[in-house]
Design a protein around this ligand. Structure first.
Ligand SMILES: Nc1ncnc2c1ncn2[C@@H]1O[C@H](COP(=O)(O)OP(=O)(O)OP(=O)(O)O)[C@@H](O)[C@H]1O
Length: 279
């Protein structure tokens, strides 16, 4: 059931009950071209994600990573094949899945607090006012944004905006987080702090996560498995690597291990191979 061609697949063995939460089967996505032809973006993607599993997806630009994430979010439909969450076909966006984008997606005319509150209002329609206020406050505190709660997005830094996006996504307690290069626009220090913060939150809440990244170190530090995509058009999953480090992880400590070095080189060599094919 688990697609894993990895040389590392014996290093970390999650139990079978971890699997089957999100199931992507034989997924094909193509677009009509202006001349009436067909442009196949994804061809035959099979992937199963556990309900508390953190998956990273890496691949060269244009291979269809965002398309895959959008299909899982219900923002795009597959051309054929299926994407099921807890056995039900995903056909449209739902509050059980939340997306976090690289470019924040905040509403500029609402304050930090109001941006989070809006999502809570939309999803937890029947909750009491006091309950909603306390959920917003809890999530503001979780990402250390109490002091910025009444500021507008253009009054805060990129890292803070991304924290608002994360708090907003988490506040509605989705079963799955879909993150499209969530740290891509941040400076190195902010990125590292926020990666740790997201991992801390994930370790205490344990949702399914699918995160697109271009950063192999980020993928190894954060995820349980790393999905390596082949190049497009007609991209598919080339390999799935198991990350053999238990959570919580210490970034410095794991970096000094041979397993880290081998895993990193394996992923980079895979990407180099595909890059070279393109040249
Ligand atoms: N609505 C659309 N109509 C036609 N082609 C599309 C559409 N959306 C995406 N594509 C094409 O699908 C391919 C995959 O795009 P996608 O954004 O999923 O790639 P990606 O791997 O996420 O890229 P990047 O890493 O650069 O963000 C690209 O060639 C893109 O031009």
């Amino acid at each position: 059931m688990v697609k894993s061609n990895s040389v590392y697949s014996n290093a970390y063995e999650p139990s079978l009950s971890d699997y089957g939460f999100l199931e992507i089967s034989n997924l094909v996505k193509s677009y009509r071209t202006p001349d009436g032809g067909e442009f196949v973006v994804l061809n035959g993607v099979d992937l199963t994600i556990g309900e508390d599993e953190f998956i990273s997806v890496i691949g060269h630009s244009g291979c269809g990573k965002s398309t895959l994430l959008k299909i899982a979010a219900g923002l795009e439909r597959a051309t054929s094949g299926s994407v099921r969450m807890e056995g039900r076909e995903i056909r449209k966006p739902g509050s059980d899945r939340m997306m976090i984008f690289q470019h924040y997606g905040l509403l500029p005319w609402l304050t930090v607090r109001e941006n989070i509150r809006l999502a809570v209002d939309e999803v937890l329609k029947n909750a009491k006012r006091s309950e909603k206020i306390s959920i917003v406050n809890e999530h503001l505190a979780m990402v250390n944004l109490n002091a910025a709660a009444d500021k507008y997005p253009d009054e805060i830094s990129g890292g803070m905006k991304q924290r608002v996006g994360i708090a907003r996504a988490l506040a509605i307690r989705p079963k799955m987080l879909l993150m499209d290069e969530p740290f891509g626009a941040l400076d190195a220090l902010t990125k590292s702090k926020l990666q740790k913060q997201v991992l801390d939150i994930w370790e205490s809440h344990k949702q399914a996560v699918m995160m697109i990244t271009h950063d192999v170190d980020e993928a190894i530090y954060m995820s349980d498995r790393i999905v390596l995509m082949t190049n497009g058009p007609a991209a598919t999953i080339g390999e799935v690597l198991e990350v053999p480090f238990p959570h919580p992880r210490n970034r410095q400590e794991i970096r000094e291990t041979k397993e880290y070095f081998d895993l990193r080189n394996h992923a980079l060599n895979f990407l180099d191979r595909y890059f070279t094919q393109d040249e």
